[in-house]
Design a binder for this molecule. Structure first.
Ligand code: NCD
Length: 360
């Protein structure tokens, strides 16, 4: 399936060079923002946020305003026709006639892809359930480029809710495309990185190890990426409470870290980094959030200027086959064409919306 608009659903849909260009442009804008103040004069961006957000939504909005454009949208679907049962298809079809670019965040995996199938303008994925968050990854890559001066040869620790954290999924897919990066996944057995992400890391030629404690990993890291336990994605309060407070980065643990290790976090923080760590010059998370605005300026400009066609669905439908993931958009919006990628022997299918695997 093709769309005549250019979308960003997953960074892997683009060559690495495209991301590098965005990051370079983001850095240029950061160094000289006034030069870009009229790049999007007369353009309108719609933000459709079906899930809470502070940084992503506001940084997108300020990015557009700083480029000279204007914004519309909702951040509480209860105040829109969504509350009356409107589908993603109808909402995006309508809003995409009002705006030049649509930024969507949704609690269900694959929702941004679903929006891109019918939107009459570009769609940007601002987080789809526990699946992906490509613009946080652009933020993270710009942070690494500025603060570590490289995107290669790094040992990156990722700590916390690795199964539900969309930021770490997107970041692993991206960083494993650069040479010499190694990952150390720090989590409880229940919250381990999904197998499909580990397979992508291996296929890209990077390596990873999995450990249970921060203490055993911290000394070897160049970057420590902390994440929040994603309470809203747990099946029950009891399951969440069993994981809460497992990992807390404090001043004492930082004594074991390299002098130039940086701490990143997509934020919001709950209790996984104590406030005393904020004073440590290696704490990069507030700066990281600021860099996000500049890289989003670069993304909006690029998508509106390039105007490329997108291939929205590349897979195949299989008669009667549905995705197994109850939190996949194809199990919530029935009209969507099911679409799967197949492995060589065609017995393992991967849902093109949420990446869930199933054997047939
Ligand atoms: C993250 C998200 O929404 O996935 N926040 C963000 O976009 N900066 C991380 C989180 O919610 O834990």
């Amino acid at each position: 399936m093709y769309s005549e608009y250019q979308h960003l659903i997953d960074l892997s849909d683009y060559p690495v060079l495209w991301w590098k260009n965005l990051i370079e442009l983001g850095e240029k804008i950061y160094n000289n923002p006034s030069e870009y103040a009229h790049k999007c004069d007369g353009k309108i961006m719609a933000t459709l946020f079906y899930e809470p957000s502070t940084r992503t939504q506001m940084s997108f909005q300020t990015a557009m305003i700083r480029l000279g454009g204007q914004i519309i949208g909702f951040d509480n679907p209860a105040n829109s026709s969504v509350a009356k049962g409107e589908t993603i298809k109808d909402t995006t079809k309508i809003v995409s006639n009002y705006a030049d670019v649509l930024v969507i965040r949704h609690p269900i995996a694959g929702a941004a892809k679903a929006a891109s199938l019918t939107a009459d303008c570009s769609v940007i994925n601002a987080g789809d359930g526990g699946h992906l968050h490509p613009t946080q990854t652009l933020t993270d890559l710009l942070t690494l480029k500025i603060e570590k001066k490289t995107l290669s040869g790094l040992t990156i620790g990722m700590c916390g809710d690795l199964i539900n954290g969309r930021t770490v999924h997107s970041l692993c897919k991206a960083l494993s495309r650069f040479e010499g990066n190694k990952f150390v996944f720090i989590s409880t057995p229940e919250l381990r990185m999904p197998v499909y992400i580990k397979d992508i890391i291996k296929a890209n030629g990077s390596s990873f190890e999995e450990v249970n404690t921060l203490e055993e990993a911290i000394g070897g890291l160049d970057v420590l990426y902390m994440t929040r336990i994603q309470q809203e994605r747990f099946p029950s309060e009891e399951d969440y409470l069993a994981q809460k407070n497992t990992y807390v980065l404090d001043r004492k643990k930082m004594l074991g870290a390299k002098k130039d290790m940086i701490i990143m976090h997509p934020l919001p923080r709950v209790d996984e980094i104590t406030v005393e760590v904020d004073e440590d010059e290696r704490a990069m998370y507030f700066k990281q959030a600021k860099y996000g605005m500049y890289v989003r300026m670069a993304l909006i400009m690029t998508i509106l200027e390039e105007k490329k066609f997108s291939e929205t669905l590349k897979g195949k439908t299989y008669a009667g086959v549905r995705c197994n993931n109850p939190r996949c958009i194809t199990n919530h919006e029935e009209y969507l064409p099911k679409s799967f990628r197949s492995s060589g022997d065609q017995t393992l299918l991967e849902c093109e919306y949420c990446d869930e695997r199933k054997l047939i």
